[in-house]
Design a protein around this ligand. Structure first.
Ligand code: NDP
Ligand code: GDR
Length: 365
């Protein structure tokens, strides 16, 4: 478990280096949960900022949470903060004293960003600026200049620029979300150039997993496949099936985030599988895997079309491969199967509860 950065305790008479401390915003999200597991396995102490919610929002990390009342050795700790609240960001930096800061928090749904553009810009763009400024002023006041910062950038920034997209490809964002990510990208570059901050942009292409939010298209499809297979639903309503995405596995991508912060110099990197598939191809593989034909179930609903679409994303990750030594381990078909397998199991459990009258067979998200 505690191999890479030391546990902070003495072994065979030598003093081990102090444990590294990471601060993660967006720890309750898909990537936050995988990154936390990854860093805990490397021996880090992980602090996550969570926002207040009227419902519990920690499902993705409940399996690694240790109640601090019961275990003084808990290495993952959660604190209330929000990217819209600059004072909370600075306070936790001063309290936690992190070595690495991963800014993963975002209103991350592209279609929703057209509905709440103002809020999306505030969290995604200005939120990143607030955190960068908190890090800068924390360093200025404390002298802790070794802090390293990771910004979660997105292939959506390329928008309508044709593939393959690399670090030198111009951005042409097609949504309030993507434009906000572009601003966050340039804030990060600016803090690197202006203040010498060790700050990196990871330009990550779509990455999915069984923990993916249920209203992103991959998970929406695999949830429906599970529920249709088990008899809980018959139709799946979708929008544009012709969009192409470069889909990888989230568990692979968090390693690239960490690798970026372990280099001698900060830089920006594209992270992608370099393989692209349409939504229709995803449907073929997901339904086909359980012996169903997607054409018998999918209904096109205009509600799910976007005011402006991103048609074709396919990354060129040669820089990450060369400099970071990173490469994806999970391929497209394996990813789809992993997600369908989980969602069939989830649907079976749901069916037991529906049959017992505990819950209604809910509609899709
Ligand atoms: P998720 O939507 O799963 O998670 C987003 C996280 O941000 C959640 O923890 C959420 O909290 C938190 N959050 C939202 N708003 C705020 C706020 N105002 N203050 C503090 N926290 C907030 O995203 P992913 O894990 O998939 O993605 C992680 C990051 O990477 C995001 O920035 C995303 O835009 C970016 N990205 C993702 C890609 C992907 O394919 N997954 C590709 C490229 C970039 P809560 O749980 O309470 O909602
Ligand atoms: P994306 O992911 O917009 O690429 O952003 P999403 O899964 O939402 O859409 C992918 C493509 O599928 C089409 N689509 C639908 N999408 C959704 N959500 N629901 C539908 O019913 C549907 N039908 C068709 C979309 O039009 C689109 O073309 C994700 C997010 O994780 C971002 O935060 C991240 O930055 C990018 O990936 C890289």
């Amino acid at each position: 478990m505690e191999n890479a950065v030391g546990s902070g305790s003495a072994t065979n008479g030598e003093v081990a280096p102090p444990r590294k401390v990471a601060l993660i915003t967006g720890i309750t999200g898909q990537d936050g949960s995988y990154l936390t597991e990854f860093l805990l396995n490397k021996g880090y102490e992980v602090h996550g900022l969570i926002r207040r919610s009227s419902n519990f929002n920690t499902q993705r990390i409940d399996h690694i949470y240790v109640d601090p009342h019961n275990a003084h050795k808990a290495r993952m700790k959660l604190h209330y903060a929000d990217l819209s609240d600059a004072s909370s960001l600075r306070r936790w930096l001063d309290t936690i004293l992190p070595d690495e800061v991963y800014n993963l928090a975002a209103q991350s749904h592209v279609a929703v960003s057209f509905e709440i553009p103002d809020y999306t810009a505030d969290v995604v763009a200005t939120g990143a600026l607030r955190l960068l400024e908190a890090v800068r002023s924390h360093i200025a006041d404390s002298g802790r200049s070794h802090i390293r910062y990771y910004q979660a950038g997105s292939s959506e920034m390329f928008g309508s620029t044709p593939p393959p997209q690399s670090e030198t490809t111009p951005f042409h964002p097609r949504s309030p979300y993507a434009a906000s990510k572009c601003a966050a990208h340039w804030y990060t570059v600016n803090y690197r150039e202006a203040y010498g901050l060790y700050a990196c942009n990871g330009i990550l292409f779509n990455h999915e997993s069984p923990r993916r939010g249920e209203n992103f298209v991959t998970r929406k499809i695999t949830r429906a496949v599970g529920r249709i297979k088990i008899g809980l639903q018959s139709k799946l309503f979708l929008g544009n099936l012709q969009a192409s995405r470069d889909w990888g596995f989230a568990g692979d991508y968090v390693e690239a985030m960490w690798l970026m912060l372990q280099q001698e110099k900060p830089d920006d990197y594209v992270v992608a599988t370099e393989e692209s598939h349409t939504v229709e191809e995803f449907l073929e593989v997901a339904f086909g895997y359980v012996g169903l034909n997607w054409r018998d179930h999918v209904v096109i609903d205009k509600r799910y079309f976007r005011p402006a679409e991103v048609d074709n994303l396919k990354g060129d990750a040669s820089k990450a491969k060369k400099v970071l030594g990173w490469k994806p381990k999970v391929g497209f078909a394996q990813l789809v199967k992993m997600m369908v397998d989980q969602d069939v199991e989830m649907a079976k459990k749901e069916k037991v509860l529906v049959d017992a009258g505990y819950i209604d067979a809910q509609q899709q998200p």
